[in-house]
Design a protein around this ligand. Structure first.
Ligand code: FEC
Length: 312
């Protein structure tokens, strides 16, 4: 008999419509509704992005489908069934666990569509899934990070090299392009917690730099939240301003903390950073997002299988 293993694929989540933005934003802010001004500003950002208003939903759907296919491609005596669990939108993480219960799943693996661990990001996804699974009697194992998986480093390196080729075609020397690796900023207080987020992001950046032979690079943060406490910096916009002062002309953005096209890539980089680049007379390009690239699906299926092997 084929054993069924559930795979809870967790992702940030996005609203289903512009009317849903307020509830989504309130959820992100842990129940505190945004002001009318904050809400308008967020709705405006969604309306401005290219590729649809909420591309993250479709991208996550495709990633979940593609992962299920990749996991079952080889056949064998285990059937993997993927369920979606979103952090801030429906189906919520808890809904995904309940769906597994309804389908008679007893064993499952949880994985987040974000390669780097922070107690404030992946840690909170896992905590919620674990609590729900325990309450429902499902045994679960969790993938915490996969930031140095060789296939991940490989596919991101290919993305970087492809854009450096494009710079070269337009006359720029490869070595003159400053590569800016970036990820979502988090409140600075994670540093006092001994959180691995920063080190993992630097490790991915270093591995890609080594594989591509890039020496002209730095790590910078992006998309810091709009809250009163200090967030990790420097922000990519400040970094670009500094680079312009030091005569840098070409910049390649490599948002390695993200795996999909969504607001933080399509707005914060493609619109906001791109507008600043024009102002500063910098030439800015961005690496393609992974989305459901088979190489990324192969990374995910590898780490999920490894965890499935630890299920008792
Ligand atoms: O396309 C979309 O609809 C969703 C884009 C989106 C992604 C995303 C990823 C991460 N976030 C992380 C941390 C925080 C923290 C706060 C926070 C706030 C927001 C807001 C929006 C938003 N995030 Fe996000 N994030 C995305 C969108 N994020 C919108 C609210 C408005 C704003 O501040 O810009 C602050 C919460 C608070 O108020 O306390 C913290 C992290 C990631 C990357 C890992 C992951 O995907 O989970 C970390 C995509």
């Amino acid at each position: 008999m084929t054993a069924k293993i559930g795979v809870l694929v967790m992702s940030y989540g996005t609203p289903e419509s512009l009317d849903g933005v307020e509830a989504y934003y309130t959820h992100i802010r842990r129940g505190h509704a945004p002001t009318a001004e904050q809400l308008k500003e967020l709705k405006d950002r969604y309306e401005a992005i290219v590729g649809g208003v909420f591309p993250l939903r479709e991208n996550t759907n495709r990633q979940v489908e593609a992962l299920q296919e990749a996991l079952n491609k080889a056949g064998g005596d285990v059937e993997y069934v993927c369920y979606q669990g979103l952090k801030h939108a429906k189906p919520f993480i808890e809904d995904g666990v309940e769906e597994m219960v309804r389908d008679g799943i007893h064993h499952a693996v949880g994985v987040v569509l974000a390669p780097h661990y922070s107690v404030m990001s992946v840690g909170t996804y896992i905590k919620r899934a674990k609590e729900k699974a325990e309450a429902c009697g499902i045994t679960m194992e969790f993938v915490e990070s996969y930031h140095l998986h060789p296939e991940l480093v490989d596919v991101l390196s290919r993305r970087v090299s492809a854009k450096l080729d494009q710079f070269e075609e337009t006359g720029a020397a490869r070595g003159d392009v400053r590569v800016l690796f970036s990820a979502h900023s988090l409140p600075e207080r994670i540093l006092a917690m001994g959180d691995p987020y920063v080190d993992q992001l630097l490790a991915t950046s270093e591995a890609i730099a080594e594989q591509t032979g890039v020496t002209n690079w730095q790590f910078t943060w992006q998309s810091a939240g709009r809250t009163a406490e200090p967030w990790l910096g420097p922000d990519i916009l400040d970094t670009m301003r500094e680079l312009a002062k030091s005569e840098v002309k070409y910049v390649l953005s490599a948002p390695i903390g993200f795996v999909s096209d969504h607001l933080e890539v399509l707005y914060d980089l493609d619109i906001e950073a791109q507008a600043l680049a024009s102002e500063l007379d910098l030439r800015l390009m961005r690496i393609e997002s992974l989305n459901s690239d088979p190489a990324y699906m192969s990374v995910l299926s590898d780490v999920v299988r490894a965890k499935a092997g630890q299920l008792k």
